[in-house]
Design a protein around this ligand. Structure first.
Ligand SMILES: [Zn+2]
Length: 226
C-alpha cells in the first residue's frame, strides 16, 4: 500500500523545510522535481539527455518528459511506501496528465497538502529576508530582526538582501504563483483530496498538522473514491 502526497505552497510558505521534515518523520520519500532534473542530467540518463536537448534550445521541458522522469523515479525501491511530491505538478494541466499516467501504472495521488499563508505575510517573509555575508545566518526585518539593524547577531557580519527579494518582485512572484496554482487547487478540491494547512503558524505546529492530515488520508486511501 503506497501513499502519494503532493505538497503545495507559495514562495515564502516554508514548503522546502516542511517537505524535508515530513519525509524524515514518515516512511515517504521526498521527490523534488528540481533534484530529479539535476540527477537525470548528472547521470546522463536517456530522459536527462532528452530534457537537456530542450533546455539547450532555451525551451521548457515538456510535461510529458517530466512525468516520465517522475514515473521512473517512483518505481525505485526507496519509493515503495510512497512519495512526497514537491515542485510538480504546478498547473492543472500537469495534474491531469500526472493523474492519468499514474492511473495507467495502478497508482494515484492520495492527498494534497496545501500550506496556506495570507498574501501580506508572504510578502513580508520574502521581502524582509536578510542574510549574513559572513556566516550565512538568516534574519527577517519584520519577523526576526537582528539586534542591531544590518548586523549579524551570530558573528557581527554585514547583512544583505537579495535584489530579487524586493516588495515588487516578491508580489510579482506571488501573482504568477497564484494565477498558476488556483486552478490546480480547485482541481484537487473537487476530488476531495485537498487538505489546507495554516502555514502562518510556527514550523513545528505546521509539521504536526501535516502529519495529522496525512494520517487521515493514509486511512481513507484504502476506501474507494468516485
Ligand atoms: Zn553572521
Amino acid at each position: 500500500m503506497t501513499t502519494n502526497v503532493i505538497l503545495l505552497g507559495p514562495p515564502g510558505a516554508g514548503k522546502g523545510t516542511q517537505a524535508k521534515t515530513l519525509a524524515e518523520r514518515t516512511l515517504l520519500t521526498h521527490v523534488a522535481s528540481g533534484d530529479l532534473f539535476r540527477a537525470a542530467l548528472r547521470e546522463g540518463t536517456e530522459l536527462g539527455m532528452l530534457a537537456k536537448s530542450y533546455m539547450d534550445r532555451g525551451e521548457l521541458v515538456p510535461d510529458e518528459v517530466v512525468i516520465r522522469m517522475i514515473l521512473e523515479r517512483i518505481k525505485a525501491p526507496d519509493c515503495e511506501l510512497g512519495v512526497i511530491f514537491d515542485g510538480f505538478p504546478r498547473t492543472r494541466e500537469q495534474a491531469v496528465a500526472l493523474g492519468a499516467s499514474m492511473a495507467a501504472h495502478n497508482s494515484k495521488i492520495d492527498g494534497v497538502l496545501y500550506l496556506s499563508v495570507p498574501n501580506d505575510v508572504l510578502l513580508r517573509r520574502i521581502a524582509g529576508r536578510q542574510t549574513c555575508k559572513t556566516c550565512g545566518a538568516t534574519f527577517n526585518i519584520y519577523y526576526f530582526p537582528s539586534h542591531k539593524p544590518g548586523i549579524c547577531d551570530a558573528c557581527g557580519g554585514k547583512l544583505y538582501q537579495r535584489s530579487d527579494d524586493s516588495m515588487e518582485t516578491a508580489q510579482h512572484r506571488l501573482d504568477v504563483y497564484f494565477a498558476q496554482t488556483m486552478p490546480l487547487i480547485e482541481h484537487y478540491q473537487r476530488q476531495a483530496i485537498l487538505y489546507e494547512i495554516d502555514g502562518q503558524r510556527e514550523i513545528t505546529w505546521v509539521n504536526e498538522a501535516m502529519l495529522r492530515a496525512l494520517s487521515q488520508f493514509m486511512v481513507t486511501s484504502a476506501q474507494p473514491k468516485e
